[in-house]
Design a protein around this ligand. Structure first.
Ligand code: GLV
Ligand code: MN
Ligand code: MN
Length: 431
């Protein structure tokens, strides 16, 4: 990108961004406690997609929703038959989330679409503004379901194998909101149809804030291995049962929670993040020793081998804890995604765009999962990070200043134009 390609009309409107953030934040389950709760494959997630679709239609874009629930608004390119550039993120949330995770990237895409249409900016490649369905793994264990389907990593048959805490499968949840799990193959993206993709997202960590930098360019996205551990003991009277005659699943679970933490903090696993984010026990009575427990474990790493070895080590050592305590034990895989190295031919363009716009940035890895990770299986993909206050995310306290989001949006709008030049249209003189 040269200085002359900076288009000073492409200034993001902070008021508009803030209004859209507020509109999406208002779409939250009533009586769900603090923050935003808009889980994957719920009517509220669909309403948020409909709001995005309305915006795209009002701008004159062609909008459609695929069988997986991904909503795509397309601005035609000037070069006939050119593959598409794309940008977008997700609108579902974890329970009691903030208003920015995923939504920041969607409103940045909405604003980019507005800036292009309002100023008649017409790239040679078509530009697709995308909202992926069901990015969060909070409900079904598996993250990025919409983008996994688009990337061909999840097929129709897989959608019957993952269920939420109430036993509702992904396929059933999709059907309940009018989607078509059996038609998942029709939502698959073809590499030949794509040139490159960018996702803007909040950092969800504190690297940018602590270094005082407004922008990040992601080079590597962590993978995750998720599994459930089921413990079966003996429910019995807390007063009548002597301590040496117990098979207490909650005591075993407590030991396993600390095991997970200690494995991830030992020197062999520096950089690994392992968490028991959920622990359920039954019957859940103060006067009964817990007879059943379930732990949900999430192992994240930028090193895929270490990620899987850590998961295997946790299962083995948790099994030994259960055996020592006379507690039954089984492990169940929930989801697995590999870390992804994003291609330099995209990240370099984004970094150069930051420099051209005069915004300092740093290159950094992502500890969280993202749709970009899946999309990169189809087309070269990059990510732009904007700062998260105190590094907090998946919490009502999540916060990103709208000025930072506006800066990120300008980088996004210009980076897509830079990619439009950097990725020549096949068949053109430059190709
Ligand atoms: C997505 O938010 C994740 O859990 O990484
Ligand atoms: Mn997200
Ligand atoms: Mn998230």
């Amino acid at each position: 990108m040269t200085a002359s390609t900076v288009d000073f009309r492409l200034r993001a409107d902070e008021t508009r961004l803030a209004r859209w953030l507020d509109e999406f934040a208002a779409l939250s389950e009533p009586d769900s406690g603090p923050g935003v709760t808009r889980l994957a494959h719920t009517p509220l997630e669909r309403r948020a997609h409909a709001r995005f679709a309305e915006h795209g239609t009002a701008l004159g874009l062609t909008v459609h929703t695929d069988a997986a629930g991904n909503t795509i608004a397309e601005l035609p390119g000037t070069a006939p038959g050119a593959p598409a550039l794309g940008t977008g993120s997700h609108l579902d949330s974890v329970p009691n989330a903030g208003a920015f995770d995923g939504i920041a990237g969607v409103v940045a895409a909405m604003e980019t679409a507005r800036l292009y249409t309002e100023h008649d900016v017409r790239p040679a490649h078509p530009v697709r503004f995308v909202v992926f369905a069901a990015e969060e793994g909070a409900r079904f264990g598996q993250a990025c379901t919409g983008s996994r389907i688009a990337a061909g990593l999840t097929g129709a048959a897989d959608l019957d194998t993952k269920a939420d805490a109430d036993g509702v499968t992904l396929a059933e949840a999709m059907r309940s909101v009018g989607l078509d799990p059996a038609g998942a193959a029709s939502a698959r993206w073809q590499p030949a149809d794509w040139a490159a993709f960018l996702e803007l997202h909040i950092e969800q960590g504190s690297v940018l804030e602590s270094t005082g930098l407004p922008l990040g360019v992601v080079d590597l996205i962590s993978g995750s291995t998720r599994f459930r551990l089921d413990l079966t003991g003996r429910a019995s009277h807390t007063g009548g049962t002597p301590m040496h005659q117990r098979a207490d699943t909650l005591a075993a679970a407590a030991e396993i929670v600390l095991l997970v933490e200690s494995i991830a903090t030992d020197s062999r696993h520096h950089g690994t993040r392992a968490t028991v984010g959920r622990l359920d026990s039954a019957p859940g009575s103060i006067t009964t020793i817990a007879g059943r427990a379930q732990l949900h474990v999430d192992v994240r790493d930028v090193d895929g081998d270490r990620q899987r070895l850590t998961a295997a080590e946790i299962v083995e050592r948790a099994g030994a804890i259960a055996a020592r305590r006379g507690v039954g034990f089984s492990a169940h895989a929930l989801a697995d995604a590999s870390p992804v190295l994003l291609p330099r031919r995209v990240t370099d363009v984004v970094a150069a765009t930051c420099a051209e716009l005069g915004y300092a940035h740093r290159v950094l890895p992502s500890g969280a999962s993202h749709d970009a990770q899946m999309v990169n299986h189809v087309t070269p993909t990059g990510m732009i990070f904007v700062p998260s206050r105190d590094g907090v995310s998946h919490s009502p306290d999540e916060w990103t200043d709208v000025a930072d989001l506006a800066r990120g949006t300008e980088v996004l709008a210009h980076s897509l134009l830079a990619l439009d030049s950097a990725f020549p249209v096949p068949g053109s003189e430059d190709a």
